[in-house]
Design a protein around this ligand. Structure first.
Ligand code: AMP
Length: 182
């Protein structure tokens, strides 16, 4: 499994899909899955940029993993976003249920993500929701990355302020390096 992390607007979904297409891998996204399933008040809170509860997300992720062959390589987008979610994933890996090849962390400035998201114009891309997601991400991401590092997982930082092509090349290089080391 290749885990893509990064704030909304860092290009993590686009880059994850590009990597998946290049190497013929499945691409799973919690955000996309939720948008297919969630209605009512929860949908509203997603649109405000608020995270859904860990228990619910973990059960969703389990369901996502069950529809693919999770013993083969795949790309995971949008998860984990909290320390509890990261712990759950690491625990699965520890018990041999899953294999984490690497964690790609797309680092982007608040200015870059705000500009990109306002252009993208999804309904949850308001200035307030962008600010909320950036704050949530800044608070959550470092402890999550530390947990992965402590567990011996390779965490690779890529600057997402560069062009799509440059970021993609860096990711491909990192993945090829990991694949040959595996
Ligand atoms: P995304 O498409 O990744 O930006 O996700 C859209 C929305 O789905 C987020 O703002 C959250 O409300 C919800 N969501 C997606 N992934 C998670 C997660 N791992 N934990 C909690 N909420 C999530």
């Amino acid at each position: 499994m290749i885990v893509f992390t990064g704030v909304a607007g860092s290009g993590k979904s686009k880059q994850g899909k590009m990597l998946a297409d290049r190497f013929g891998l499945p691409w799973l996204s919690t955000g996309e899955f939720l948008r297919m399933l969630i209605h009512g008040d929860k949908r509203k809170s997603m649109l405000e940029g608020k995270l859904l509860g860990d228990k619910e997300i973990i059960s969703l992720v389990q369901r996502m993993f069950s529809v693919i062959d999770s013993s083969h390589e795949f790309v995971l987008d949008g998860f984990p976003r909290t320390v509890a979610q990261a712990d759950w994933l690491l625990n699965q890996a520890k018990h041999g249920q899953l294999d984490i090849t690497m964690v790609l962390h797309l680092k982007a400035s608040e200015q870059t993500v705000t500009e990109r998201l306002l252009k993208r114009g999804r309904q949850d891309d308001t200035e307030a929701a962008i600010k909320e997601r950036f704050r949530e991400y800044e608070e959550a991401i470092l402890p999550i990355l530390d947990h992965f590092k402590e567990a011996g997982v390779a965490v690779i930082d890529v600057s997402a302020d560069k062009s799509i092509k440059e970021v993609h090349s860096e990711i491909v290089e990192a993945y090829n390096g990991k694949k040959s080391a595996h």
